[in-house]
Design a protein. Structure first.
Length: 244
């Protein structure tokens, strides 16, 4: 009986090892792919900064119409804000200029916010070139980041950290608790924009995947065990007959 159990136990151990390596590798690769994807999304916003830069420093009444048209024609922009000496003086949104100036003064390249006065229930991502004076701030809704993360549909939970705040495909910092990412956790920092990507599987995910795989593989392992027992039985029978 123990002879037949060896192939089954060996197969289960190998299956568990391969599953762990698969989940670990997927977490590592997905985190890097997420950085690439989010960098591209933020890069599109930075592209808008470069296009509008010639308008920075000009009187608001002369350029506001152009800014509003640019936002209206964009699939990703929420607003554009012009700054001078780190103070906002012209904006296409309804947020107070003092509120927009706070980001300009922060010196940060990107920022995640949930307190925009004109969009109190929305996640907002902000982008600027900190050393540009006069400068421009571009904002977009956080759903763009969520859409990028939803492209990873394999059970891995990817979360973006911008300073003390975070966002993921199904929630953000305003939730009662963070999503579970305790299994095969990987993290990496965007060299372009400074945010952190954390990838990990929820508690119990590996066990669940092992059970699903077990239903597919176990019949073959049992068959291998039975075959081993049968071969061993034949060998012992033939050996006994020769001795007889």
């Amino acid at each position: 009986m123990s002879i037949g159990a060896i192939p089954v136990l060996s197969g289960l151990l190998m299956m568990n090892y391969q599953l762990d390596r698969k989940l670990e590798e997927n977490a590592k690769v997905s985190v890097q792919e997420a950085i690439f994807s989010i960098d591209q999304a933020l890069g599109r916003m930075e592209g808008d900064l470069d296009l509008i830069l010639p308008l920075a420093g000009k009187p608001c009444d002369k350029v506001l119409g152009t800014l509003e048209q640019r936002v209206a024609n964009s699939q990703h922009l929420r607003s554009l804000i012009l700054t001078r000496d780190q103070q906002a003086y012209c904006a296409t949104d309804m947020d107070p200029l003092a509120y927009n100036s706070a980001f300009a003064l922060s010196g940060r390249q990107t920022e995640l916010a949930f307190d925009a006065p004109s969009s109190p229930n929305a996640a907002i991502i902000k982008v600027q070139r900190p050393n540009s004076n006069p400068g421009i701030i571009a904002t977009a809704y956080g759903r763009q980041l969520r859409d990028e993360l939803r492209a990873f549909q394999d059970g891995l939970i990817l979360l973006l950290e911008f300073g003390d705040l975070y966002i993921w495909s199904e929630g953000d910092s305003r939730d009662a608790q963070r999503p579970s990412q305790v299994e095969f956790t990987e993290r990496s920092v965007s060299q372009k924009h400074g945010y952190v990507v954390i990838g990990g599987y929820p508690k119990g995910y590996a066990t669940q995947e092992f059970r699903l795989s077990l239903h597919q593989v176990l019949p073959s392992l049992v068959l291998a065990g039975v075959a081993s027992m049968f071969i061993m039985y034949l060998g012992l029978t033939i050996s006994g007959k020769k001795k007889g």
